[in-house]
Design a protein around this ligand. Structure first.
Ligand SMILES: [Zn+2]
Length: 427
């Protein structure tokens, strides 16, 4: 059976992206839509109205995740697609939002052009992913996967000392019911997301098939030397913490360069104390972010980074403290779902490239409970988490087409049978 390629209503999708992107803008035009804020609730209500008008049955769960369901010939399990609706401070219109509104456009195309799917298809708008209000990364997908810790909502506070539990109450939710958001009926998950890099753009490929999400280790470093007079202390007698940090930084950069792509290591923040023109810096604090999609290589790189720090500290008579504030293993995604995306792209005539995600996504959480893969959409100049985030609608549409075809294939009986043969690995 050969159906024509899916046709996406580009105009409607572009208009919705603009409308959603205007919710949460301040007087200067900066976008910020933190979880459980009034602007977040407004955005969710608007998306719910769009889902309703598309004829989907909608509901929100105990965490505030929004679902829109296209019924299938059977009642379950469900093929799920979506992303998050919260944003970073001064964010853009596409990160997260495109995965939700693109999913809606894909499902509308399925309804109009393919009809009722064999299995139900659902869209999810996750309530929170960015950790831009609370340090609660992946709150929405973690709730769906049953991975919220009992004390989290009362422990986490925003910058105004409002707890996550209080923030939930403000939008009519109850933190002690968040466990009810758990689902065990998801057959597969696909997330469409902007690349947030420039690999697709540089290569001229239309769509990225993400097969794994990189591992990440973030360190907080303190080098302690001695603050001395910059005029009277001879070079040989100094214990200059900032000079030590500078040596460590250039050697850490070289380590990642030597290992080669996709290894990356970044010093993103640095504070020197006492911070005076005429004083040798006695104490420096900085952060290191080390990422690699291969677990062994990531461990090796992180180990080498720590060795460099120890060598530098020792040779310069500095005290060293290393704190780890984030440590995520790489997440391999589902070959089965990635292969269905590849098949869908061939069907729709869209060129693809296999990729690793260098950023974290809800998909790394979802992959713990269901076969999961991602579709990357090109990002102009690789820019994200910025008002300059942009992808032209004629580059978005082919990816949404492939998402629609992927959902249709996953919801078809053939895929169900193959999916049942894929072993489920708990991670
Ligand atoms: Zn995102």
């Amino acid at each position: 059976v050969s159906e024509p390629a899916l046709s996406i209503d580009e105009q409607r999708l572009a208009t919705r992206l603009g409308e959603l992107g205007n919710i949460g803008r301040d007087e200067e035009g900066r976008l910020f839509r933190p979880v459980y804020s009034p602007q977040w609730a407004e955005a969710r209500d608007l998306i719910q109205r769009w889902m309703d008008s598309a004829g989907l049955s909608t509901r929100t769960d105990a965490a505030g995740n929004l679902f829109g369901r296209l019924d299938g010939d059977t009642v379950g399990p469900v093929v799920l697609t979506g992303s998050h609706i919260d944003t970073v401070r001064d964010g853009g219109n596409y990160d997260g939002a495109l995965g939700v509104l693109g999913a809606l456009a894909a499902v509308e195309a399925i309804q109009d052009q393919l009809g009722r799917p064999p299995q139900p298809i659902e869209i999810v708008a996750f309530c929170e992913e960015e950790a831009s209000r609370f340090t609660s990364s992946f709150w929405g997908s973690r709730a769906l996967c049953g991975l919220i810790e009992a004390t989290e909502a009362e422990r986490l506070v925003d910058e105004s000392a409002v707890t996550l539990a209080e923030a939930m109450r403000d939008v009519g939710l109850s933190h002690d019911r968040v466990g009810e958001a758990f689902r065990d009926d998801v057959a597969a998950f696909v997330e469409l997301h902007i690349e947030q890099g420039r690999i697709l753009e540089d290569a001229g490929d239309q769509l990225g098939i993400v097969r794994s999400i990189t591992g990440l280790r973030q360190l907080g470093i303190t080098l302690l030397g001695r603050a001395d007079h910059a005029g009277t202390t001879p070079m040989i007698l100094r214990r200059d913490a900032l000079a030590g940090a500078a040596e460590a930084m250039s050697r850490i950069e070289a380590l990642a360069m030597e290992m080669g792509p996709p290894a990356v290591a970044t010093v993103g923040t640095i504070v020197a104390e006492p911070g005076s023109t005429n004083v040798v810096p006695g104490r420096v604090r900085f952060t290191i972010d080390v990422r690699h999609p291969n677990a062994d290589a990531g461990h090796r790189l992180a180990g080498d980074v720590e060795s460099v720090l120890r060598e530098v500290a020792q040779s310069r008579g500095l005290e060293l403290a290393i704190g780890v504030f984030n440590d995520h293993a790489p997440t391999p995604l589902s070959d089965l779902v990635a292969n269905v995306i590849a098949k869908a792209a061939r069907y729709e005539g869209v060129s693809t490239r296999e990729m690793v995600s260098g950023g974290g996504h809800d998909s790394q959480i979802m992959s713990r409970i269901t076969p999961t893969a991602m579709i990357f959409v090109p990002s102009r100049d690789g820019i994200s988490h910025s008002p300059d985030e942009f992808t032209p609608i004629d580059q978005i549409a082919p990816c949404v087409q492939v998402l629609g075809r992927t959902m249709w294939l996953l919801a078809s009986e053939d895929s169900v049978q193959r999916r049942q043969r894929e072993p489920q690995v708990a991670r």
